[in-house]
Design a protein around this ligand. Structure first.
Ligand SMILES: *Cc1c(COP(=O)(O)O)cnc(C)c1O
Length: 409
């Protein structure tokens, strides 16, 4: 039977301590014990259901974690203070000195910077590869490799990872497949396709209101226990703990994710088709022209579409900047990084979120100067939005000559 991630969230039932329809927020950093023995047992990890100290776990964080685990179809999950606060402990937990990672070369700039510049301080090396070429991925594996790392839909180029294919390579070489699913919540469920660990920046679509940063690691109970271990758990010891009040607020936003994703996807598909028809170089996984359109189709939970992210290439950074400023002046969205907001957000990744990646490497991977990344909003009238965006492009002479001719007639 097809996996239904939104049903899994809907079916959870949490009550507050006075019968509230929302769980009570655990507004405490520490917890009392009726007996000293139980405290000792809790330290040793042998007292289920007891809380010790909120960096380790707290009821509000567990509620949110369980909802996200249900969404991803994993045994459990651990929430963190940010997406990077989820990614970095996973890498540090799975790798030690001398170990090696095979990573997609088109990943979030912060993750790229961590693997390229920070992990080598611990003698952890990364080979960055074209993740869409399974033979290239496999060829990069060495005897020291521990992880294959990718994003289901990559930032910012919207490359799509063949998660089943990567999972079988990972199994063959006894590696962990770690997938950042931030761009495609609900649409793609990497764990059901064979990923071992699924990560999200909750900051983006999942929370959806651009009012906080947050992250989650979804995986087996054993791995999450390892991350939380008081003696050698990277999440416990590196300390990027989410606050309980924030966990409660993200849980409430998560409940409307399925409605929001459908609207983001519907709007993005509409604009992508129009932009492409207007002759703009448009990248969106929902377009037939996307090299991995068929692959995405085989992996997706259809209801949620191809996601809210698209890119266009307007030729130069100057044009990109002019267009973004004009669109902002017309109140079509905001010139801002991040994604998953009710308003459309746009930025030029080469000079912002992917600026950690050296220019020569940006060129090699197809990250051109004129690229604009859009996170399409929840606009109620996307046709109006399109007309206004097209007017901005016409003002700046961005659309091709053919198009101008046809509208002039
Ligand atoms: C934003 C983002 C991150 C980092 O998340 P933060 O919450 O900002 O720490 C990681 N991966 C992807 C794909 C992202 O878009």
């Amino acid at each position: 039977m097809a996996f239904k991630p939104a049903n899994s969230i809907q079916d959870l039932q949490y009550f507050g301590e006075f019968g509230g329809v929302n769980p009570s927020i655990s507004d405490s950093s520490t917890y009392t014990f009726l007996s000293a023995k139980t405290m000792f047992d809790t330290f040793e990890g042998n007292a289920d259901g007891c809380y010790l100290y909120s960096r380790h776990s707290s009821p509000s964080n567990l509620y949110l974690g369980e909802a996200l685990a249900a969404m991803e179809g994993t045994e459990t999950a651990n929430v963190s203070a940010s997406g990077m606060g989820a990614i970095t402990p996973v890498i540090m937990q799975l790798c030690g000195t001398g170990d090696h990672i095979v990573s997609s070369r088109t990943i979030y700039g912060g993750t790229y910077a961590f693997l390229k510049n920070f992990a080598p301080k611990f003698n952890i090396e990364t080979s960055f590869v074209d993740i869409t070429k399974l033979d290239v991925v496999e060829a990069a594996i060495t005897k020291n490799t521990k992880i294959i790392y990718c994003e289901s839909v990559s930032n910012p180029l919207l490359e799509v990872a063949d998660i089943k294919g990567l999972a079988s390579i990972a199994r063959k070489h006894q590696l962990k497949l770690v997938v950042d699913n931030t761009f495609s919540p609900l649409s793609i469920s990497p764990a059901t396709l064979g990923a071992d660990i699924v990560i999200h920046s909750l900051t983006k679509f999942i929370n959806g209101s651009s009012d906080t940063v947050g992250g989650v690691v979804c995986g087996t109970q054993e791995f999450i226990n390892d991350l939380r271990n008081v003696n050698d758990g990277a999440s416990m010891l590196l300390g990027s703990t989410m606050d309980s009040l924030r966990a409660a607020s993200i849980l409430k936003n998560l409940r409307t994710l399925h409605i929001r994703m459908q609207q983001h996807s519907k709007n993005a598909l509409f604009l992508a088709e129009k932009f492409e028809a207007d002759g703009l170089k448009t990248v969106y996984p929902g377009l037939e022209s996307h090299p991995s359109h068929q692959l995405f189709k085989t992996m997706m939970n259809e209801t949620y579409g191809y996601g809210g992210m698209l890119t266009i290439d307007v030729g130069s950074l100057d044009k990109a900047n002019e267009l973004m400023e004009l669109m902002q002046n017309e109140n079509l969205g905001y010139l801002a990084v991040s994604l998953g907001f009710y308003k459309t957000l746009f930025s030029a990744p080469g000079t912002s979120t992917s600026s950690e990646i050296p220019e020569s490497e940006q060129l090699e991977m197809g990250l051109s100067d004129g690229l604009i990344r859009f996170s399409i909003g929840l606009d109620a009238d996307i046709e109006r939005t399109y007309k206004m965006m097209r007017a901005c492009m016409e003002t700046l002479n961005i659309l091709g000559a053919k198009h101008k001719l046809s509208t002039a007639l």
